[in-house]
Design a binder for this molecule. Sequence first.
Ligand SMILES: Nc1ncnc2c1ncn2[C@@H]1O[C@H](COP(=O)(O)OP(=O)(O)OP(=O)(O)O)[C@@H](O)[C@H]1O
Ligand SMILES: [Mg+2]
Length: 253
Amino acid sequence: MSKQYPGWERGRPRPHAGETPALPKMQDTGMVISCRGLRKTFVIGKLDVPVLKGIDLDVQRGERLAIVGASGSGKSTLLHLLGGLDSGSGGSVQILGQEVQQMNEVQRGELRNHALGFVYQFHHLLPEFTALENVAMPLFIRGMKSTEAKPRAAAMLEQVGLAQRIQHLPSELSGGERQRVAVARALVTEPACVLADEPTGNLDRGSAHALFELMQQLNTKFNTSFIVVTHDLELAGRMQRCLRLVDGVLLQG
Ligand SMILES: Nc1ncnc2c1ncn2[C@@H]1O[C@H](COP(=O)(O)OP(=O)(O)OP(=O)(O)O)[C@@H](O)[C@H]1O
Ligand SMILES: [Mg+2]
C-alpha cells in the first residue's frame, strides 16, 4: 500500500482492508504537489476572465509554503486546482506524483481523502452535524468505525482548544471556533499535505499563534507539507517559503 501512496510515511493512517483505491501506481518524486503551466480562465457569458496564467510550482514533502496576494488575485482558485477540486483550463497538476487530470472523480476523491487535508476559506462545515462528527467525517469516509474515528476526532478538537465544544453544532460556535473545527477536520487524517485558505482569518492573535504552532508540530512529527494562503504577513513570514500571486503568476515573496 505504501508503494501506491508514496506520500505516506511510517505512522500515517493506512486505508482499511477492502477499501484499496483503484489508483494507478505512482512514482515517488519527493514532491507532494507539482504543477506546470497551470492556467484557469473563467468564462462568464461571452467574457473570458483569465485568473491563472501559467503557474509552475513544486511543493516538497515536509515543506511549509505561504501564498499571499491581493483579494481577487486567484489564491483560492489556485488552491482548488492544486487540491484537485477543480480543473484548470490548461497545464498540469500532480499530487504525489500522479497526474490529476488523468484521474476520474472517484479516484480524485480517494486521493484527496488519503493524501490531502483542506481548510476552506469559508470552512464548509456540515450544519446538521456536531463539531465531533464534522471532524470525524473524513475518517468515516475512509470506512473507519465510529468507535475509532470519534476518539481521534475528539483528540484533534482538544489540540485546537475545543475540547469543551465537541457536541456543538456549527451554528452554536463562533466564527473562530468554526474555523478551528475546520482545521481539526483537515488535520485528523494526518495527510501528506494540508491546503489551507486563510486558516487564521477569523482568529485572534493568540489563537492564530496556537494554530500555527499546531501546524508546525504536525510538520515536524509527520513531515506534513502545508500550503497556506494568508493575508497575515507575520504568519507568512514564519513559513519556510513565501510566494506572491500577482497578475496570474507566482513571484518570489
Ligand atoms: N466560479 C467563478 N466564476 C467566475 N469567476 C470566478 C469564479 N471563481 C472565482 N472567480 C474570479 O476569479 C478571481 C479570483 O478569485 P479567487 O477567489 O481565487 O481570489 P482570491 O485571491 O482567493 O481572493 P480573496 O483574497 O478575496 O479570497 C476573482 O476575480 C473572481 O471574481
Ligand atoms: Mg480566496
